[in-house]
Ligand binder design. Structure first.
Ligand SMILES: N[C@@H](CCC(=O)N[C@@H](CS)C(=O)NCC(=O)O)C(=O)O
Length: 212
């Protein structure tokens, strides 16, 4: 079977999550550029890979997947290397819960409602929607409080070992930490602050830094 292919762009939180999983497992792969925000729109062939036109999509031999959680679990289980999911049933359920929380509550709030409004829009000459940021702050605080409350001892979000939950959270936090609101909220949670320092220092994290 040839190298797996991941379709997407480096700016995408979800593409970065899958790239982190590939790099942490040491899987040789190709990143096929697909820009969901390009002016020309998506190439029509891409809808065969992802009928909803989101990134990433993934292909390994004749096997195709979309949805980042499914892609990451496949990468972890189909390739050799250190396991990125706990073998203990309850720890694995906790990891799945944290990933669900990140998808359902943290991604939109921390990235779109706060980072995009505070940093991306002004860079493009668009004004910040202050009411959107203000409305998001309470949910952002709940996200961090809950991640901190669910976190057992140990360096990582689910304990002593790096898991898919850390890789899911890192690209979301990478954008959130570029905002003052993100810095302030993180400082209220020393356990998350030391987690953030640790994940941000991984070679996989540096290797997947968006170009701009
Ligand atoms: N549920 C999807 C979410 C993927 C997603 O939302 N990707 C974003 C980029 S980070 C995207 O394609 N956005 C384009 C759009 O919203 O039209 C997954 O887990 O892969």
């Amino acid at each position: 079977m040839g190298k797996p292919r991941l379709f997407g762009a480096d700016y995408s939180v979800y593409v970065r999550i899958a790239r982190l999983a590939l790099l942490e497992k040491g899987v040789d792969h190709d990143l096929v550029p697909v820009d969901v925000f390009s002016e020309e729109g998506l190439p029509t062939w891409y809808l065969d890979f992802h009928p909803f036109g989101r990134i990433p999509a993934f292909e390994h031999g004749d096997f195709r997947l979309f949805e980042t959680s499914a892609i990451c679990r496949y990468i972890d289980e189909a390739f050799a290397g250190t396991a990125l999911q706990p073998s203990d049933v309850r720890q694995r359920a906790r990891m799945t819960q944290v990933i669900g929380l990140l998808d359902a509550y943290a991604y939109r709030t921390l990235v779109w409602d706060i980072y995009v409004e505070r940093v991306s829009n002004p860079k493009k000459g668009k004004p910040t929607d202050e009411s959107k940021v203000a409305a998001a702050l309470g949910k952002a605080a709940t996200c961090l409080e809950t991640l901190s409350r669910l976190k057992p001892g140990g360096a990582w979000l689910c304990g002593e070992r790096l898991t898919l939950a850390d890789l899911h959270a890192a690209p979301i936090f990478a954008y959130f930490m570029r905002t003052e609101e993100g810095q302030v909220l993180l400082n209220e949670h020393p356990d998350l602050a030391s987690w953030w320092a640790k994940i941000a220092a991984r070679p996989s994290f540096a290797a997947t830094e968006p170009k701009d």
